[in-house]
Design a binder for this molecule. Structure first.
Ligand code: SF4
Length: 110
């Protein structure tokens, strides 16, 4: 009977340690990934963005005439197809939303 108590405690300790070790790198990846993504997206209130009437959601713009115009099909957008955001030639060092739009939109060459 006396042998079972330390055995169980040790097993529990090993199990908890293993879970902690397995989860630690994952938590770090989540934290750094989230921070980087938030810092890189251009804000609608950025002076250049607001001068071009940039919106992260093109559907919310009252200036957009072409309902199919989006950052993702703009000639100045260099993001990968299917990504939620990508680089734009106008906003160096920042990302624009794939579903965004601004007055500098120009049809991407086919
Ligand atoms: S220039 Fe094109 S890709 Fe850049 S923000 Fe305007 S619509 Fe989007």
């Amino acid at each position: 009977m006396a042998h079972h108590v330390p055995d169980n405690s040790r097993r529990r300790f090993i199990k908890l340690t293993a879970v902690g070790l397995a989860a630690a790198p994952f938590a770090n990846a989540l934290l750094s990934g989230g921070t980087a993504r938030a810092a890189d997206l251009i804000s609608e209130t950025d002076p250049t963005a607001s001068s071009l009437a940039y919106v992260a959601d093109a559907a919310k713009s009252d200036k957009r005439k072409d309902a199919t115009a989006l950052c993702s099909n703009c000639g100045l957008y260099t993001g990968k197809a299917g990504d939620a955001s990508g680089p734009c030639a106008i906003f160096q060092g920042k990302l624009v939303a794939a579903n965004g739009w601004c007055t500098a939109w120009t049809k991407k060459a086919a």
